[in-house]
Design a protein around this ligand. Sequence first.
Ligand SMILES: [Fe+2]
Length: 461
Amino acid sequence: MSLSDCRGIPVSYGNPDAIKALEEAHLCTMTFFGDPISMITKTLEEHPDFVMGHCFKAAWLTQTLETRIYRRMLSSLEAAEALWDKANERERGHIKAVRAWVDGDFFAAVQHWEAVLTRYPLDLLALQLVHLADVLLGDVVGQRDCVARVFALWDEDMPGYEFVLGFYSFGLEENSDYLQAEEMGRLSLAIRPDNPYAVHSVSHVMEMQGRQAGGISFMRERAPSWSRSHFANHLWWHLSLFHLDVGQVDRVLDIYDNNLRTQNQTADKYEELDAAALLWRLKLLGVDVGDRWTSLADKWEPSAEDTLYAFNDVHAMMTFVSDGRTEAAQRLLNANERYIGHATDANVAMSREIGLPFCLALQDFEQENYGSCVDRLLAVRYMTHRLGGSHAQRDIIGWTLLEAALRARRFDLALALANERCALKKTSVQNWTYVARAHKGLGHVNRAARAEARALSLTTG
Ligand SMILES: [Fe+2]
């Protein structure tokens, strides 16, 4: 007997309780509450032939780009593959996608999930995986268009519609359609006020538009709900960016110490990544962060030679160079060079084109080889989306470039870069301070004073 899930998608396994349990586990991934892997594992113990359960477990584990989950991901995939003859067309598509992912062809995996989604536009899991994989892989347009292709077929009465709105909101934001992005995000929040992904996309809109005061109140008002979710760490990071932009460094350090969960030994890479990204920004501003780098570098060091995901490697490198761990930094660089020379998986291109040049630029920065840092980053700055992540995350590359240009005394370049940043975000204290520093370097005393006055007028607290 085959059944359907709550969105009418056929499921080959004929037990309604198992299908309901899968829906609950899937809901955990979208709400960022609970433990979806434990939930589905328990269900699979009772229902070992539940193909879609194995597909879900394996697929969800693909989103954690860490060695520690590899064996579990592989055994879930193998369990699903062993049930191939019982699987329906949709389930086989999911199996093929995870197999491609495990084989290192992330882009082929997305194509398989896309094919499932084209056939079953209400397959929320396929949509979620395509969208999130596009974010991981830096396919900026894909993040929006995977939702655009199915959105007209959804409506408010369908279970999970608010999550579709959340995905669409983020995809629109990353493609600079801020008005529609905010509307979609707020529509999602009207249905589910504690949807962390929609909170996230609205905060991205405010970040990109330089609405710091609005961003701070939006995030703080909603903190009682999102701060309990698994997305809390990243959302605290977003809140700290608003504070940083208006010069409230004490608030940033307060968030770092009290809310970024780096002291938790079981924290995943995503959390450590936010912490590294925040400390590096403070470093660029010349803020003394004490011994905070040390505990963070301890957490990254075991993965120095992972070469699983370039985006992780650059954040590991920030901690190594900042904590004076030259041996760990060298191991990371050597591992990347070996990997680029031999491997064929999808991360190779990301590492070769952006990851390794950025890692070398970080080392240059720390060693005060600012000219070399500038040259490396200028060459890649318009390709950085290939590293994955968001515009707000990758902004650290442009920011490092600008600070290095100033320290290399390349003031004309620094002025151009600072002006570019101001054109994109006029309300940032930091951006106007950079304009002032560049003018000062060029001997433009009056222009430097005007930019400083602007920076001061924007400073809060
Ligand atoms: Fe974000």
